[in-house]
Design a protein around this ligand. Structure first.
Ligand code: MLT
Ligand code: MN
Ligand code: ZN
Length: 298
């Protein structure tokens, strides 16, 4: 028994390249000058046979085709036992529509996230006779797949973009945005693909973890504006940036974590270019920039 994680998609919503984006990174990815990345998803296992997928991205069909350990082992057998979603964002749930081909698995989420999914009739395509929707209470361990225990915990965030009202609280603590703590074989792994800010509770939980996957959406809070891609700041989107006094590079400097990997990078993030000084800076402080098909074994 040993923990393995396979990054199915390292990019944030939109992916790299994003279909309608002509930013430097997207153009370079289209030209094959930097690696393309698909949208946010992580596969995990503790025994190499039973896998869970954390977040079902719109790219899941290609991601599963590229993920050899998750290929079918029989006519209609494949090693996917569970899908868990950490919020209701489209980049994390739209792939559920692709998983409608009568394949048994358990769909884990909090009550708040299940409510969002249940409000979408298109997702009734996931046949309840084979897809069991299980509601998970916060801070309560459960068996995700054999050998792998998980626990969901609140992370500062907001409701999905498509459910935003007139006023939006961007660092809401509740069951709309969660992180996942995984335990297997004495190891502790944290998966937090979206996080508005690091509070004391999170800092305490992350401290001493063997492996961390963390929100790498933006390099700087005003990146979208400076790239001419939109008006929203990272904070408005519910994501803390990597750089700056209140960024994740600074926030994690004093926290003891075995291995730190950024995931959920927006296509505007300069770290997606392997030759960028920003990537060199992040790596110099002990971070790895995640990428599609990167595998980590503990
Ligand atoms: C986010 O991570 O902020 C969302 O995925 C944005 C979106 O819904 O496109
Ligand atoms: Mn996202
Ligand atoms: Zn772009």
């Amino acid at each position: 028994m040993s923990f393995r994680a396979l990054i199915l998609g390292a990019a944030a919503g939109g992916g790299l390249p994003q279909w309608n984006c002509g930013c430097d990174n997207c153009n370079k990815a289209r030209a094959g000058q930097i690696p393309a990345q698909t949208q946010s998803s992580l596969a995990v296992t503790a025994n190499g046979r039973d896998w869970a997928v954390l977040n079902a991205s719109p790219d899941i069909r290609h991601q599963l085709a590229a993920a050899t350990p998750l290929h079918p082992t029989g006519l209609r057998d494949m090693p996917l036992g569970a899908v868990l979603v950490t919020n209701g964002d489209i980049d994390h749930v739209a792939g559920l529509l692709t998983l409608r081909e009568v394949q048994p698995f358990t769909l884990f989420a909090t009550a708040g996230i299940h409510d969002v999914l249940a409000a979408n009739p298109m997702l009734d395509a996931l046949n309840p006779a084979v897809v069991d929707r299980e509601t998970i209470a916060l801070n309560t361990p459960f068996d995700l797949v054999p050998g792998l225990t998980a626990e969901l915990f609140p992370v500062p965030g907001k409701v999905p973009l498509y459910m935003e009202g007139e006023t939006v609280e961007t660092d809401l603590m509740g069951d709309q945005t969660v992180g996942v703590e995984l335990r297997a074989d004495g190891k502790r792994v944290l998966y937090i693909p979206g996080c508005a800010c690091l509070n004391d509770d999170l800092r305490a939980r992350i401290s001493g973890a063997d492996l961390l996957f963390f929100d790498g959406t933006l390099w700087s809070d005003d990146e979208m504006q400076r790239c001419g891609l939109g008006q929203k700041t990272g904070k408005r989107m519910g994501h803390m940036s990597m750089s700056g006094d209140d960024g994740s590079l600074a926030a994690f400097a004093g926290i003891d974590v075995g291995r730190k990997i950024y995931v959920h990078m927006n296509n505007s993030n300069p770290v997606l270019d392997p030759a960028s000084t920003e990537r060199a800076n992040a790596e110099a402080t002990g971070w790895t920039i995640g990428q599609d098909q990167m595998e980590i074994a503990l």
